[in-house]
Design a protein around this ligand. Structure first.
Ligand code: SF4
Ligand code: SF4
Length: 160
């Protein structure tokens, strides 16, 4: 061992060099670790996540016509559409009967996110959104009802 190496070892130069690299990478501007949930990561344009049943923004009524096509299209039988025939007034005429949506269940635990249900929907009211937070603690919480599908789940905002 020459005297240069001996001094370097004695003064722990290699250790200090390593620590310099480590601390340099910990500077706030250098952090590359995902800061989720404080910072939500961007998702792909074509990502398919949480389902949504859209409502008419003007009337607040569901755009779903309870045709059941989404449930029929689903290969996993995740969707259950409930309806009843109600008398409605349409075009000034009363006594007309129409299917009206009563319940809508969507089992997100079995869903493949294949989008076949949304593609089958004639009114485009069913969609898979870009929301990826679908975790739940119990099995029953994975089943979204109409209320949850129409208004979405509460997204908690974390501060940095
Ligand atoms: S995305 Fe696919 S698996 Fe999920 S509910 Fe729709 S059709 Fe069924
Ligand atoms: S296909 Fe669309 S309109 Fe028909 S029941 Fe499903 S969500 Fe409603």
């Amino acid at each position: 061992m020459n005297w240069k190496k001996a001094i370097s070892r004695y003064l722990l130069i290699d250790l200090l060099k390593g620590l310099r690299v480590t601390f340099k990478q910990q500077a706030p501007g250098e952090i590359i670790t995902e800061q989720y949930p404080k910072v939500r990561p961007p998702v792909g344009e074509r990502f398919r996540g949480a389902p949504r049943l859209n409502i008419d923004p003007d009337t607040g009524e569901s755009l779903c016509i309870a045709c059941n096509l989404c449930a029929v299209a689903c290969p996993e039988n995740c969707i259950e559409v409930g309806w009843e025939n109600r008398e409605v007034t349409a075009g000034g005429r009363t006594g007309q009967k129409r299917k009206v949506l009563t319940t809508f269940l969507f089992d997100t635990s079995r869903c493949l996110f294949c989008n076949l249900c949304a593609e089958a929907c004639p009114t485009y009211c069913l969609e898979l959104t870009q929301d990826f937070e679908l975790a739940a603690y119990t099995r029953k919480d994975f089943i979204w009802d109409r209320e949850m599908l129409e208004h979405g789940r509460e997204i908690r905002k974390y501060q940095r």
